[in-house]
Design a binder for this molecule. Structure first.
Ligand code: HEM
Length: 142
């Protein structure tokens, strides 16, 4: 059985999976494989939603986790965390708009906005993994 304490690792795997699906979706559209692109980015979206649900569930039950690193590690951690959090809020409406332009078949507009959505979403995904590794693996609470 998965306990609440296992959730950060599960969430990190979901987040990493979402990032990989996103990159695969990008490669697919560069090769003009539209149905594959659609399937991969919608799967990335699905895993991101699961991640968000797991993240909110964990923090509702476990509260906040203190970062125990000091010095340069602490500075790096908070810079990564701040940029991750701000962009995570920005990509939510960006992903929705990108998706709707695709579903409305407004592919010109879809491509224009997706060129921002894709790298920002990927940044949020990768920094999510960095935050997890620093907080739970490199500098775990005593
Ligand atoms: C929010 C999720 C999505 C993201 C992040 C995304 C990302 C992208 C990116 C980055 C491009 C531009 C690639 C380039 O520079 O050449 C693109 C193009 C495209 N996407 Fe998506 N996409 C998403 C959802 C979808 C969906 C659901 C469809 C449905 C069919 C779709 C269909 C297309 C098509 C047809 C193009 C080519 C547009 C053109 O070159 O005129 N996308 N997408």
């Amino acid at each position: 059985m998965i306990s609440v304490d296992d959730l950060p690792a599960v969430n990190a795997v979901l987040n990493a999976t979402s990032g990989l699906l996103l990159v695969a979706g990008y490669i697919a559209i560069r090769k003009r494989r539209v149905p594959l692109h659609r399937a991969l980015v919608l799967s990335a979206l699905g895993t991101s939603v699961l991640f968000l649900a797991g993240y909110l569930f964990y923090h509702y039950h476990a509260g906040t986790t203190r970062f125990t690193g000091v010095g340069l590690a602490r500075t790096i951690y908070f810079i990564v965390l701040a940029s991750h959090t701000i962009l995570a809020m920005i990509i939510v409406p960006l992903v929705i708009v990108t998706l709707f332009f695709a579903l409305w078949k407004r592919y010109d507009r879809h491509r224009r906005i997706a060129r921002w959505t894709f790298p920002l979403w990927l940044y949020v995904s990768v920094t999510g993994i960095v935050v997890y590794l620093m907080l739970y693996q490199l500098y775990p609470a005593a």
